[in-house]
Design a protein around this ligand. Sequence first.
Ligand SMILES: Nc1ncnc2c1ncn2[C@@H]1O[C@H](COP(=O)(O)OP(=O)(O)OP(=O)(O)O)[C@@H](O)[C@H]1O
Length: 245
Amino acid sequence: MPAASSDSSSAPEWVFQARALSKIYGHGEAAVHALAGIDLACRPGEFVVVLGASGSGKSTLLNLLGGLDTPTSGSLIYRDWDLAHADESTLTDYRRHAVGFVFQFYNLIPSLTARENVGLITEIAPNPLAPEDALALVGLSARLDHFPAQLSGGEQQRVAIARAIAKRPAVLLCDEPTGALDVRTGLTVLDAIQRINREVGTLTMVITHNAVIADMADRVLTLSDGHITGERRNARPADVASLAW
Ligand SMILES: Nc1ncnc2c1ncn2[C@@H]1O[C@H](COP(=O)(O)OP(=O)(O)OP(=O)(O)O)[C@@H](O)[C@H]1O
């Protein structure tokens, strides 16, 4: 793996560190500066919410942090991994070991039960949670043998979250995790994400259009036109139950 220069005698206080991170799609007159120089450091266990209008660069940022893509310029370090200059096999390795993804649509395999959908991931991870334990963390102990079609949208999303965290990732990246859900169901999903952040200590980043979600974060970043234009910290992050919907 391409290692970043770091002092291995002391553990860094950050999980990610980005400097002047930029992503340009296309060339010449058609070029889109999706990220235009992001500086960002995230601490272990932090809960970060990223807000921003459509097209502001949220998914692009998440894709870079998750090793799904590489930047056009700038640096991006995850612990001692240089993600900005990593090749595809290193990024695959990084994603497999370090990152759990939750997307708007759950992508569960319809012919497998909840337990089996989570179990697929635990087969390829070195030190996974038992599928039953991962599903218990998201409140689905009573649904282990249900197929996706027998589960509500919120329950399916919680299976997807259990699948994402079963390999004990250091980082959980969520792209509009409640985007396909009604408010009440969305709350059960956010509650599961908050519980994992608090009980497992996984660095969690949620990108969303929904500003109400920001109150549950330790830190809220606002993106506009590829820049971080706002940053605030919540001294007391709200419990999901007390979010003002
Ligand atoms: N693969 C791509 N090729 C070209 N342009 C792209 C590509 N992906 C994203 N963009 C452009 O980059 C900018 C940022 O896109 P991005 O998806 O990161 O925004 P976003 O904030 O996540 O938006 P949304 O909330 O609508 O998902 C947009 O102008 C978008 O059109």
